[in-house]
Design a protein around this ligand. Sequence first.
Ligand SMILES: Cc1cc2nc3c(=O)[nH]c(=O)nc-3n(C[C@H](O)[C@H](O)[C@H](O)COP(=O)(O)O)c2cc1C
Length: 210
Amino acid sequence: MTANDHAYREIGATTLLAPVPAVLVSCRGKDPDSRPNALAVAWCGTVCSHPPMVSISLKPSRYSCGLIRESGEFAVNLVGEEQCRTLDYCGVRSGAEEDKLAACSLSVRPARGLLCAPAVDGCPAALSCQVRQEIALGSHILFIAEVVAVSVREDLFDQDGSLHLERAGLVSYSHGVYQRLGETLGFFGYSVARPDTLRRRMEGYGRKEG
Ligand SMILES: Cc1cc2nc3c(=O)[nH]c(=O)nc-3n(C[C@H](O)[C@H](O)[C@H](O)COP(=O)(O)O)c2cc1C
C-alpha cells in the first residue's frame, strides 16, 4: 500500500449522491381556486441551460404528483435556514390529509409565468416551471420542466444589483441530514484565477487568499 491508498467499503448499489439541494416544490391542480400544496424534494437538478430546465423526481403516490400532472406546473422554492423546519414538515406530512401551508403558516404568492402553481412567500427564490416531459423510471417519475421565470428575494441583491445567493443560508441535504451551506471555499474558475482577482474575490467572501 502506498501513502495515497485509502481503504473503501462496498455498501451496495444505492442513491448515495450527496449533498443534494433540499427544495420546497409548490403546486396546485388545474383549478386556480383549489388549495395549493408543497412537498420537500431532494431529487431535483438542473438539466439544461438553453432553454433553462430542471428536473424533479417524484413517487407517484405523492399527492403533489397528481396535482403537477393535472396542471403541468410547479415552482421550485429554494430553502433557507428559516424554512428548514417547514421543509421537513412538508416532507413528512401529506397534502392529501391536511393543508400543510396553513399548518406551517406559509403564504403563497403568484409565480410569474404560471397559471396554477404558486410560489412560497419568504423563500430566497422561486423557479417557475412548466412540465415538458414525464418519464416513468421505476419507483419514481422524472418530471423535466422548463424554467419560465425566476424571482429572487430583494434583500439578496447588493446596491450594484449583484445577486448574493451565498447570503441566503441555503440548505442542503446529505444522507438524512439538513445542513446550512457555510464557508466559501472558492468560486467558479478560482483554481486558474489571476492572483489579484483571487485575492479581491475571496476577500469579498470574507476569506484571505494568496
Ligand atoms: C428532505 C426530504 C426530501 C424529499 N425528497 C423527495 C423527492 O425527491 N421525491 C419524492 O417523491 N419525495 C420526496 N420526499 C418525500 C415527500 O416530500 C413526502 O412524501 C411528502 O409528504 C409528500 O407530500 P404530498 O403527499 O403532500 O405531495 C422528501 C422528503 C424529505 C423530508
